[in-house]
Design a protein around this ligand. Structure first.
Ligand SMILES: Cc1ncc(COP(=O)(O)O)c(C=O)c1O
Length: 434
């Protein structure tokens, strides 16, 4: 295919990485970027346009990482770019009231009835952390239930994985998280109603919130059944816990109304990020009016941010969403991604390859074959990480940049034309056959 430029060296990336190692932990500012999961030297990119990235060594790649999700329209969509330029010509930051965040907030409120009020913050982590604080204040309870395999950002309370027993109290997933905090988190496997009910029985009256990624997409793509999601919602209601949907990945990605809209869920609180800012630092938490009214300056839950509702991000976000709506981007992307995955599946099946691909809307996960769906982390086949690393590098050599970990999902954008996707599918099948 056109993107094949195998002969291009990694010399500049290599040199920059060596310098980076001296200034940043692991040479990076977010861990997966370091290529630890796939090995080798991370590619340094100097430019992004449409569906493509260009490395500092001058090699062009079709990008499926898409900044881990935000770039719904592709890199530097011209209309978003124009909006950003004109905002930069007007103001960069006020730290005061302005109309730009109001417009984005009203746009969301008009379309998502479960977002009665919202507060903009600067990252998904901040959104989830703040939402949890609201949940704890509203209920007067401390504990939180989360699902093993769901990632909600790096806040202490949720950086916790399953303890030894089912529905056990959590143990920290990171050094530096106090055990006393980890113990306030109850961790339950995904897609396991029995374990969920057992946890409710044991901890129900102590739970401030039940948090879930309605489309878990941080440990592969672990699509949950509608019945399971409904049962989680119903369980939260039954025990008086706040039902907290983390739609940082799925929000404005799987459709205008996210997974809540797709599945008919009604969260008490919901978090958005990624696509919401169109590639800028924008996230928000929102939901029931009575809950949001607990937040300062109305209420006693303190939460603030110097750069919250930064006007450049507000403009990029609103323009991205308006453009997506007018282009019917979600429908288009779902169709393109389905076709892409169909071609992959046919190729994998035809040659009896040990690969499979899952997708929901424009999110996909190329993973080791199991035959059936994978709904919890325990079902991910052993050896997947290593197998994926090989495929990743084979494709990287051929100008295809998949996410640099077998547990990260890929994203299709409006800039990924059917032609690009078809060419990539053929190359992936070839790589998977080796
Ligand atoms: C579902 C989910 N929640 C929260 C976060 C944290 O967002 P951020 O990286 O913007 O802090 C992420 C990031 O990947 C996410 O996927």
């Amino acid at each position: 295919m056109k993107e094949v430029q195998k002969e291009v060296s990694m010399e500049h990336s290599q040199k920059l990485f060596e310098r980076s190692l001296k200034v940043a932990p692991g040479g990076v500012h977010s861990p997966v970027r370091a290529f630890k999961s796939v090995g080798g030297t991370p590619v340094f990119f100097k430019e992004a346009q449409g569906a493509h990235l260009t490395s500092v060594d001058g090699k062009r790649y079709v990008d499926f990482c898409m900044s881990f999700g935000p770039m719904l329209l592709g890199h530097r969509d011209p209309v978003v770019q124009q909006a950003v330029h004109s905002m930069i010509d007007t103001a960069w930051s006020f730290g005061a009231c302005e109309p730009y965040s109001l417009e984005l907030a009203e746009w969301i409120q008009a379309r998502l009835p479960w977002v009665e009020k919202l507060r903009f913050v600067a990252s998904g982590t901040e959104a989830v952390m703040s939402a949890l604080r609201v949940a704890r204040a509203a209920t007067g309870r401390e504990k939180v239930l989360k699902f093993d395999g769901c990632y909600h950002g790096h806040l202490d309370s949720l950086l916790v994985k399953s303890g030894s027993g089912l529905a056990g109290e959590g143990s920290s997933d990171s050094a530096g998280v106090p055990e006393s905090v980890a113990r306030t988190t109850i961790v339950v496997p995904l897609n396991d109603l029995e374990a969920f009910e057992a946890a409710l029985k044991k901890h129900g009256p102590e739970l401030a919130a039940i948090a879930i990624e309605p489309l878990p997409a941080n440990y592969g793509l672990l699509e949950q059944s509608p019945e399971f999601l409904k049962a989680v919602q119903e369980g939260a209601k039954r025990v008086g816990a706040i039902f907290l949907l983390d739609e940082v990945i799925s929000g404005f990605r799987v459709g205008l109304t996210g997974m809540a809209g797709r599945m008919g869920l009604k969260p008490d609180l919901v978090c958005f990020g990624k696509v919401l800012g169109g590639g800028f630092n924008v996230a928000c938490y929102g939901g029931r009016r009575d809950l949001l009214d607990l937040v300062a300056p109305n209420g006693k839950v303190y939460q603030a941010g110097t750069l919250s509702a930064n006007p450049v991000g507000m403009r990029a976000g609103l323009t991205t969403l308006q453009r997506a709506e007018s282009l019917q981007a979600w429908e288009v992307l779902e169709g393109r991604t389905r076709q892409f995955c169909r071609e992959l599946t046919e190729g994998f099946d035809r040659a009896g390859l040990p690969w499979q691909v899952d997708s929901v809307a424009s999110i996909f996960w190329i993973r080791s074959r199991t035959g059936g769906p994978i709904r919890s982390i325990a079902e991910i086949p052993e050896g997947h990480k290593e197998r994926y690393a090989k495929l990743f590098h084979w494709l990287l050599d051929r100008g295809i940049y998949l996410p640099p970990s077998g547990y990260e999902v890929g994203f299709v954008s409006m800039a990924h034309t059917p032609e690009i996707l078809s060419q990539v599918a053929a190359t992936v099948i070839e790589g998977a056959s080796r």
